[in-house]
Design a binder for this molecule. Sequence first.
Ligand SMILES: [Zn+2]
Length: 251
Amino acid sequence: MKFQYHQFKYGTDNYGVLVHDTKTKETVAVDAGNSTGYLNALREMGWSLTQIWITHHHGDHTDGLSELKKQTGAKVFGPKSIESVDVSLSEDDQFEFSGEQVRVLETPGHTLDMLNFYLKSEETIFTGDTLFVMGCGRLFEGSAEQMYNSISKLIELPRETIVYCSHEYTLANAKFALSVDPENIELINRYKSIEITLKNGLPTVPTTIKREVQTNPFCRFGDIAIRRKLGMIESSDSSVFKKLRELKDSF
Ligand SMILES: [Zn+2]
């Protein structure tokens, strides 16, 4: 990989990520939920910020934005819903970070303004609060149908794609996943391994599209065992997805 990645925690369970090119010295921050957390991470790495990519308008992703922008002069890319964005983006827009193309995917559901950023040359995507490790974002603004379309779009990416998401929700997600997909050997094994990871105080993020397709029920709406468990063998993919989201909300 050409770029270096630095993931750090802030708030209760948020992950921030910095991506850096050692050659050009350019650095991007994914989201800006907390200026102190991001500025400390930059200082620790000795990196200067040149871009900020905002996924969506929630405060835990934007509260530090104006301060971070003021302190670093970084150019802000994000949805048009956010006032201090310099370049507002929508579906399939492309822009450059340190000589590489960044592709924008709209993935509404959690919010209506959600954007994901895909660095094709690195086979890496930043999914904000859309796709989580073994889960997906709650539906605050969008419909289950919209989230289903968003997740469907993400799982079309190459299987090796590395996925950075914004929260450490993995343990709760894994418990729910096991409740609807209890016979899935890959899921059972992954559950054991994330328990150890978390016990050692390590992050379970990033993940890959491949691992999510194997173990994340929200990426497995076509799976026969899950459908049988839900009594929805003949149902459409989107209605299975909707049912899973409802079950998770009351889990
Ligand atoms: Zn959010």
